[in-house]
Design a protein around this ligand. Structure first.
Ligand code: ASP
Length: 480
């Protein structure tokens, strides 16, 4: 009995931060609902801004860590691996990312076609409330979006990549141009939209590979980036410490400013249910099965004892990139994953691997097609599955990025971009749920690859220290 109590207390202490963060989410929702119910008029933007302020500070701190952490982690992890190991681990990671994303899309399609949330059960005209399409509002085609993604992988200027990214813009030849075929419009471009994270990831990977191929002749720099990465993790642990407060204020303000919950009734409610069920089924049943098959270890231990804090931060911020420092911290310290794997895979995963988003994109596009009464041929379903996978890869790890890339999937079914407004009211909640599973998918991938790549790594690392590769390891690699 006494031993049990002691074990419980120890577990409680270990998980105190996670429990406090969970309390932050729950109390945030409760307080938000109380405020909504008790105030006679709607809260103004200014009042919401004040409530959000502390949450906003927390988010800014996390975001500030992304750039130095992504670059230093990737370079130090890859720089200390040998060339062959980088190829093997990279190959495994990409195979995992693509296959799990595709599984998520297929699951989404099966669910939405079975549940049919957009079909009117009373056989009434279901297209009434849909906004009318106006292709003049569209500024890029799907092909342009895909090409922009590839262009952004190769930034011509690394400093600029820290600030902005390339985007194609199509314009009619003149103001009275009535040509609605946007393929005939003038092709221009603009820079904007924040940090080009995919470009930075590719650049850091290339730098890391170059360093590892120089066989130890650039050791000073390798030490330097490794130490930057260690320092960033130290700062992360401080930021994590205030996560319960940050998450609490972010949640309260979100609940206060959300649209009226009445809209969740009917078809939109069924859509919400379909997406949430699908995402949770993928994250907490399918991914754990895959994890178990490869590692023969208890996946729920890995998820709940190891990744709880990261999942909560993902829910609170709606951003896998902002959650990245916490994800790395949790996976190394709680699950003992080798930093050479976690710091290699997680920054890439946070940028391109988004299972929750992929599932959501497939369900959302088919739901809107159902609402609009558009029949779905097999060809269109195949198009949805391919574009939803691409749209998830292309979505940035920032709040509601999936809503933007959904335009591509809508295009595949022949729907106008304005139709995203049909699902706007509930997107914030779906965004948070899909971000949780996006982060979880990255973590489980790192867990699997870590397990099957043990023999490819240089030396075991002490996870407690959070140092990716000690100088000893760097030297070991130099000698080989
Ligand atoms: N918010 C998601 C993430 O950061 C992306 C999305 O689906 O909108 O992972």
């Amino acid at each position: 009995m006494k031993i049990k109590k002691e074990r419980f207390l120890k577990l409680f202490q270990e998980q105190l931060l996670t429990i406090s963060t969970l309390a932050g989410v729950v109390l945030g929702i409760i307080l938000g609902l109380i405020v909504r119910a008790s105030s006679s008029s709607q809260w103004g933007q200014r009042e919401i801004m004040y409530v959000k302020f502390l949450g906003e500070l927390f988010l800014r701190m996390l975001k500030g860590l992304i750039l130095p952490l992504v670059i230093s982690s990737l370079i130090s992890a890859i720089g200390t691996l040998n060339f062959k190991a980088t190829g093997k681990i990279g190959g495994r990671a990409i195979t995992y990312y693509l296959s799990t994303t595709f599984i998520a899309v297929i699951l989404g399609i099966i669910l939405v076609v079975t549940v049919r949330p957009g079909i009117d059960r009373n056989q009434m005209n279901s297209t009434e409330s849909a906004p009318q399409g106006n292709s003049k509002l569209r500024t890029t085609t799907t092909v342009d979006t895909m090409l922009d993604l590839v262009r952004n992988m190769f930034p011509p200027n690394i400093v600029q990549a820290c600030l902005e990214q390339y985007q194609t813009v199509l314009k009619p030849s003149s103001d009275n141009d009535s040509n609605t075929d946007i393929n005939m419009w003038k092709i221009g471009h603009t820079y904007g939209n924040g940090m080009n994270i995919i470009g930075l990831v590719v650049s850091a990977v290339v730098l890391g590979i170059a360093m590892s191929s120089l066989h130890g002749t650039v050791n000073t720099l390798l030490h330097l980036v490794t130490e930057v990465s260690t320092i960033m993790m130290k700062i992360t642990s401080w930021v994590i410490f205030i996560s319960p407060i940050g998450i609490f204020f972010l949640t309260v303000s979100q609940v206060i400013e959300m649209d009226d919950l009445n809209v969740v009734a009917g078809k939109l409610g069924l859509y919400l249910f379909t997406v949430i069920f699908g995402i949770l089924f993928h994250g907490f049943i399918i991914l754990p099965i895959i994890y178990y098959v490869f590692t023969r270890k208890n996946p729920y231990n890995f998820i709940f004892n190891g990744m709880g804090q990261a999942m909560m931060v993902a829910f609170g911020t709606g951003s896998s990139s902002a959650t990245l420092p916490v994800t790395i911290k949790c996976i190394e310290e709680n699950n003992g994953i080798n930093p050479q794997i976690s710091r290699f895979m997680l920054p890439i995963g946070a940028t391109i691997n988004m299972d929750g988003t992929a599932l959501y994109e497939a369900v959302a596009a088919i739901f809107i097609a159902q609402l609009r009464g558009i029949p779905l041929s097999i060809g269109k379903v195949v198009a949805v599955s391919i574009t939803a996978t691409a749209a998830a890869v292309g979505a940035a790890g920032v709040p509601q990025a999936g809503l933007v890339t959904l335009v591509m999937v809508l295009d595949a079914v022949g729907l106008p971009p304005e139709d995203v407004s049909l699902i706007l009211a509930v997107d914030w909640i779906l965004d948070r749920v899909r971000t949780v599973v996006n982060v979880l998918g990255d973590a489980i991938g790192a867990g699997i690859v870590d397990h099957i790549s043990k023999t490819d790594l240089t030396k075991p690392v002490n996870p407690q220290q959070g140092t990716p590769n000690s100088s000893y390891e760097i030297e070991t690699q130099m000698e080989t």
